[in-house]
Design a protein around this ligand. Structure first.
Ligand SMILES: Cc1cc2nc3c(=O)[nH]c(=O)nc-3n(C[C@H](O)[C@H](O)[C@H](O)COP(=O)(O)O)c2cc1C
Length: 171
């Protein structure tokens, strides 16, 4: 797909069809995430990938009732690694750069999944401490869950601000 088409086709989907994402396609999504820019190229994040229903249910319990998560083919949890970033960049690394590293990687994954014809949802509402315990990611900060799957609904189309409302030219 053209990048423009990918961007326009991406919408959050919260109902999925039963489907197993092939390893080859998952590999392309993970490769896209791995190509994302990161501060000092440190890639201060880890992706915790969850495919099994039992584990997806446990993860869903951390999201204040967003049970549709279980329907996704795969849940990718992007977690920042503050220690790795702070070694190079101090508190700016641990407070900001590692979060950005994880977020950009998640965005690349979303765009690649869309390019491959999958639907996605970005889940940011979860109990961070509970999720950390459940997936055993001590030392990491879970930043976002990315759901990937085959859409079982037409996405709700969402509006956006006018460009003038999000840009302030300073020249
Ligand atoms: C930081 C962040 C957190 C979000 N958290 C959730 C969430 O917990 N549950 C959910 O269903 N959608 C969540 N979303 C998705 C947004 O609701 C969605 O992107 C927005 O409404 C625009 O719709 P669209 O993605 O279809 O363009 C989140 C998105 C972002 C960027």
């Amino acid at each position: 797909m053209q990048l423009d088409t990918v961007i326009k086709n991406r919408h959050s989907v919260r109902k999925y069809l039963p489907f197993h994402i092939p390893d080859s396609q998952l590999g392309l999504v993970l490769d896209a995430a791995n190509r994302a820019p990161s501060a000092g190229n440190l890639q201060a994040f880890k992706i915790f990938a969850i495919r099994g229903d039992a584990k997806k249910q446990i993860v869903a319990k951390c999201t204040y009732g967003q049970d549709f998560i279980v329907g996704a083919s795969i849940v990718l949890i992007f977690a920042a690694q503050p220690e790795a970033s702070s070694k190079e960049y101090g508190t700016r690394g641990s407070n900001l750069y590692c979060i950005q590293d994880a977020t950009i990687a998640a965005t690349f994954a979303v765009l690649k999944a869309t390019d491959l014809g999958y639907s996605t949802a970005w889940i940011g509402s979860f109990d961070e401490e509970m999720l950390t315990n459940e997936i055993g990611c001590d030392g990491y900060i879970p930043v976002a869950m990315v759901l990937i799957g085959k859409a079982g609904e037409s996405p709700r189309l969402t509006l956006r601000k006018k460009i003038d409302d999000i840009v302030k030219f300073l020249d």
